[in-house]
Write a protein of this length. Structure first.
Length: 132
């Protein structure tokens, strides 16, 4: 099962520990207010880089917004991509984020509350994350 298939499968009960199987998968995000430079050089940003990304407000609060595929209609060029583990870690460092919303290629998603993220990450990243 692919990462996208897991997120869009509405018939299975979701368990946050299952998502650990996808930590190395790339997730994608919109970059608000970015110029569309099709021929621009690739910019790499590590865990210490600063990125502005889109958020989504849902009943559970304000979520960082990531997509499982780079073909999602809601993903607008230019967009960025990072490993899922980095998206989780980055979300814990946004003071105004309550969690992460992971959107599939269809209109389905998973919400991961900030307090659940620390247990999903390897111990090497936990020291950088929110431990509420």
């Amino acid at each position: 099962m692919t990462f996208d298939d897991y997120v869009k499968d509405e018939n299975s009960e979701k368990n946050f520990s299952d998502l650990q199987n996808f930590l190395d998968e790339e997730v994608f995000f919109n970059i608000p207010n970015a110029a569309n430079f099709e021929s621009a050089n690739l910019q790499e940003a590590g865990l210490d880089g600063r990125l502005e990304i889109s958020t989504a407000t849902v009943d559970q609060g304000k979520m960082t917004l990531f997509f499982t595929t780079n073909t999602n209609d809601k993903l607008i060029r230019p967009f960025g991509g990072i490993p899922f583990r980095d998206a989780l870690s980055m979300t814990t460092r946004f003071d105004d984020a309550d969690g992460l919303l992971l959107h599939s290629s269809v209109n389905s998603w998973i919400i991961i509350p900030k307090e659940a993220i620390g247990d999903m990450l390897p111990s090497t990243l936990r020291s950088r994350t929110y431990r509420g």
